[in-house]
Design a protein around this ligand. Structure first.
Ligand code: ASP
Length: 347
């Protein structure tokens, strides 16, 4: 019977062979690449989201998708594609990330983001930043230029300054629509909490749309490397320094070349408890199930049964894409070197 060492060697043989045949500086082109993005899930009102507004969402999603795809096509890394796509969504007021981020209870914006590299399992994440124009760019700087994984608040901002990243005043993130959502949320919360010291019931009673938003991207590059990234303003009327799943590796973001790359959107507290992104990748890796089955089981069974609403986008090492959600809709788009290109909001 072959030893474990020989079995592993046998499994790794194609990769070793490819590596030895490739001149230094070049890479083995697998010929396959793919990208998927999301702009949040939740109660997207199909009646309100028609005509011009729907076209605007679809156009912005496709712009982000195609910019990431173009990078992959010319041989850039999955990380670069993920960051490029997310930056476009962060800069758009349509989505709850960067410009257009939701408001905290106190009327400010606190942003979270994370990035993971599937080849090395390197990670960078930031939470509760108020003045960094692109939180995903800061997550990348944490990954590349710090010995740490997750920086928060003022420390993260001092690091952003040292790294020379673009800073803005907090009101740069303002939008009238999100402000109106805050006013409504605050009113509902204060009514619910009247006379009680527990603010949990109020938050749980808020409609799903107050908890939803976030943008994310996952990609497979021509080298066979996966990456995932997520960026968000979090939950409308969040308080006391609340941090959601988006900067928590394993919960809102995960990437491992041995399984898949995942970015999540939804009610973050559930995604943290159920370790959603890592659970999907673990099912692919250890149970050997398909990406479609693993993501569908976690989103539409595990999470749904627990009462957690939201969705995910995922890509595996073979370029398969899955985008399940258990909400009415999820802003999403995907494109792959096999010619598929799609954009969608509702089921
Ligand atoms: N997951 C994000 C959070 O809980 C929000 C969202 O994706 O809609 O902060």
């Amino acid at each position: 019977m072959p030893s474990l060492f020989h079995r592993l060697l046998h499994r790794a043989a194609p990769a070793i062979l490819a590596a030895t045949l490739v001149p230094a500086g070049a890479y083995a082109d697998t010929g396959q690449f793919a990208i998927a993005i999301h702009g949040g899930a939740g109660t997207i009102d199909e009646e309100k989201l028609q005509g011009e507004l729907k076209l605007q969402y679809e156009a912005k999603l496709l712009e982000a998708l195609d910019s990431g795809y173009a990078l992959l096509e010319k041989g850039s890394s999955s990380q670069e594609a993920v960051i490029a796509a997310i930056k476009i969504l962060e800069d758009s007021p349509l989505f709850n990330a960067g410009k257009g981020a939701v408001y905290t209870f106190d009327g400010t914006h606190e942003l979270d983001a994370s990035l993971m590299d599937g080849a090395t399992l390197q990670v960078g994440a930031v939470a509760g930043v108020k003045t960094v124009k692109s939180p995903i760019a800061l997550a990348k700087a944490v990954m590349d230029h710090s010995p740490h994984v997750l920086l928060f608040g003022e420390g993260a901002e001092a690091f952003a300054a040292e790294q020379g990243l673009a800073r803005v005043s907090n009101d740069y993130f303002d939008t009238e629509e999100r402000y109106q959502s805050l006013l409504k949320a605050r009113e509902k919360l204060l009514q619910q909490e009247d006379g009680t010291a527990d603010f949990r019931a109020g938050h749980d009673a808020l409609p799903e749309s107050y908890r939803m938003g976030t943008v994310g991207a996952v990609a497979l590059d021509k080298r066979g490397n996966l990456a995932a990234g997520t960026s968000t303003g979090g939950m409308t009327a969040k308080r006391y320094g609340r941090v959601g799943d988006s900067p928590i590796i394993g919960a809102g973001t995960y990437a491992d070349n041995a399984s898949c790359a995942v970015s999540a959107t939804g009610h973050g507290e559930y995604f943290i408890r159920y370790n959603v992104a890592a659970d999907i990748c673990a099912r692919v890796k250890y149970q050997g199930v398909s990406l479609a089955k693993a993501s569908d089981t976690v989103v539409n069974q595990v999470l749904k049964d627990a009462g957690g609403s939201g969705g995910i986008i995922a890509v595996d090492a073979a370029g398969n894409i899955a985008m399940p959600f258990n909400t009415v809709g999820m802003y999403r788009a995907s494109r792959s070197s096999n010619g598929d290109r799609s954009v969608g909001i509702f089921r």
